[in-house]
Structures are given as structure tokens and as C-alpha cells.
Design a protein around this ligand. Structure first.
Ligand code: CA
Length: 317
């Protein structure tokens, strides 16, 4: 089966991440899923933003000087939705104000904004209805343990709102993802999530959650994941090592498949290729043809969709 193309933060290679235009563009480009990262505002609204901080993707520091915490960061949780609506959303910067991806949308320009999860679901519903395409959603519950310390239990709220997506009754149009393995377990058991669950696999040094990702990638760890999840979302470099200039599988995808898990790695970027690959096409080709991944997160959905269509044509010829 052809791997599914997940538009990572929308068509974020082309337009500022998680803005409405980035999601519309991804839909038009033929992505199978639109991704949502979800964090909470001070007034307990769910918004779509990649980090608990909003200072590297908006003008919050200009508009609300003095509202940072002691660590110097501006947190979505410290602003009401109406304040967040007043912000301009921008192409992602580093804290020093330089571009994370220099060839992308010019920094500090454009009239974009962040939106709520609910608004994004409405947008997806409208685009699907207007085009007749069945594009799914792929919400990620960000930092559930941190949010709980901040007084909000994210997962039940996210699961409740997913029902507002018109594809919510179709099992193949929704995936729920999270880095926190204790929360993935809770979402499946206590919260009785009806949708497929993807356990994201990060790196321990990111401190995404109190999860040991090195252990998780071993057979025993994956066996535990498979008790509650339907798939894994590993980092690209968990999939292979480079040996003699050639990529060689680490065995992660094979083990996951043996355990019945689908594998949706992140992140496929034409402008930020991992060592060992000189083009996005070569990277996608290795992961699809050799490793048989089941889906992938990409900032460039049009390019990946075109590559996969080419495969289909070649295989049918
Ligand atoms: Ca994400």
C-alpha cells in the first residue's frame, strides 16, 4: 500500500507553519493528513502550535513585552486566546532571530495568525466537503505532563474536540500522536481513544517526556508500545545508519512491522537532508522501497506526493 503523506505543520516548507494558508496549501498539494500540534492558552482553549513557547513563531515579544517567564520565554499558556489571536504568526526563527530554514518564507513578514484546534477542524471539514477529497487529521498532544502541572488535562479535551471533525467516524482518517508513553497508555486505556494511536519516538536529550526512547526502540520496548499503540513515529535517524557511504537499516522498521505497528517517521525536508542522502527523492526512495515505511511526515507534501505517484506509475507499467 502506498505510504500516507502527512503534512508536517501544514505545507510548512512553503508557508509559516500551522497557519491556515499552510494547511490549505497542504490540502491542495494532495497530502493525506494535516498535522496539528496542540497546546493550551491561559483560558483553556486549545490552539495549534508546535511548542509551549510562541516567541519563535509570532511577534508576541514585540506586542507583549514583559510577559515572558523567568527563563525569558513567552508561553502560550500565559496568554488568553484573544491575545493570541492578535499576534502575527511568522516563519520560524531561532531565539537569536535568525531563520531556522534560511530559504523559506521571509522572516517577520506576512499577515498570518495562529488558530484554534476547533477552527482547524472546521477548515478541514470545509476543504474536504468542497473538494470531495478525504484528507485526515493527525493531532499531537504536546507535553501533557507539563500542561497538567499548569492545571489543564489536555488529552480528554483533544479527544472530545476530534469528534467535530467530519471524518472522526472513519478509522482511517484520524491518528492521535504523543511523545509521552505513559500518556499514550492512558489515552488508550483510561480514555478509551477510538482512533489509531502513534507513539512518537524522540531522543532522550530533548527531554520531551519522562520516557526512555533508547529502550523503547529495542524489541522489548516496542513490544510494550504495541500493547497500546497502532504505530510509531520515529526520528529519521532511528531508521538507518550510514555504512561505507550507504544507508543500512537499523532493523527498527522490521521489528515494528513484526509487532503489527505501522511506521510513520519524521521529518522529510527538501532543504534539510540527513547525512548520507543528496536529495529528498533518494531519502524517500530508500525509506519506501527498502524499509517499507507506512507513512511519513514532510514539510514538502507536493514533492513527496509526486514521488509516490511516480512509483505507482512505474509499478503499474
Ligand atoms: Ca508534531
Amino acid at each position: 500500500m502506498r505510504p500516507v503523506v502527512i503534512a508536517h505543520r501544514g505545507a510548512s516548507g512553503y508557508l509559516p507553519e500551522h497557519t491556515r494558508p499552510a494547511k490549505v496549501l497542504a490540502h491542495i498539494m494532495g497530502a493525506d493528513f494535516l498535522e496539528q500540534d496542540i497546546v493550551a492558552t491561559r483560558d483553556d482553549e486549545l490552539i495549534v502550535a508546535h511548542d509551549i513557547y510562541i516567541d519563535t513563531v509570532t511577534d508576541v515579544a514585540d506586542k507583549f513585552p514583559g510577559r515572558q517567564r523567568e527563563d525569558g520565554r513567552f508561553y502560550a499558556r500565559d496568554f488568553d486566546l484573544e491575545e493570541i489571536r492578535s499576534l502575527r504568526a511568522w516563519e520560524r526563527m531561532r531565539l537569536d532571530g535568525t531563520a531556522v530554514y534560511p530559504g523559506r518564507y521571509p522572516l517577520r513578514t506576512g499577515h498570518y495568525s495562529l488558530q484554534t484546534f476547533r477552527e482547524e477542524l472546521q477548515l478541514a471539514n470545509r476543504l474536504n466537503a468542497a473538494t470531495g477529497r478525504r484528507v485526515g487529521i493527525y493531532p499531537e498532544i504536546k507535553h501533557p505532563a507539563w500542561h497538567l502541572e499548569e492545571g489543564i488535562d489536555m488529552s480528554p479535551l483533544v479527544l472530545e474536540q476530534i469528534h467535530e471533525f467530519n471524518g472522526a467516524t472513519e478509522r482511517d482518517l484520524v491518528y492521535v500522536q504523543c511523545f509521552d508513553d505513559a500518556e499514550v497508555r492512558r489515552i488508550r486505556s483510561e480514555l478509551a481513544c477510538p482512533w489509531p494511536l502513534v507513539q512518537l519516538i524522540g531522543k532522550n536529550e530533548w527531554h520531551e517526556a519522562a520516557t526512555d526512547y533508547d529502550a523503547m526502540r529495542q524489541r522489548d520496548g516496542l513490544t510494550r508500545v504495541a500493547e497500546v499503540a497502532d504505530g510509531i513515529g520515529p526520528n529519521l535517524d532511528h531508521l538507518y545508519t550510514i555504512s561505507g557511504g550507504e544507508p543500512v537499516s537499523t532493523g527498527l522498521v522490521e521489528t515494528a512491522h513484526e509487532l503489527g505497528l505501522v511506521v510513520h517517521p519524521y521529518t522529510y525536508r527538501a532543504d534539510d537532508l540527513p547525512a548520507g542522502f543528496d536529495s529528498l527523492e533518494a531519502l524517500v526512495d530508500f525509506c519506501v522501497s527498502t524499509l517499507s515505511i507506512d507513512g511519513l511526515f514532510t514539510d514538502f507534501p507536493d514533492q513527496v506526493v509526486a514521488m509516490l505517484e511516480q512509483y505507482d506509475n512505474n509499478h503499474n507499467a
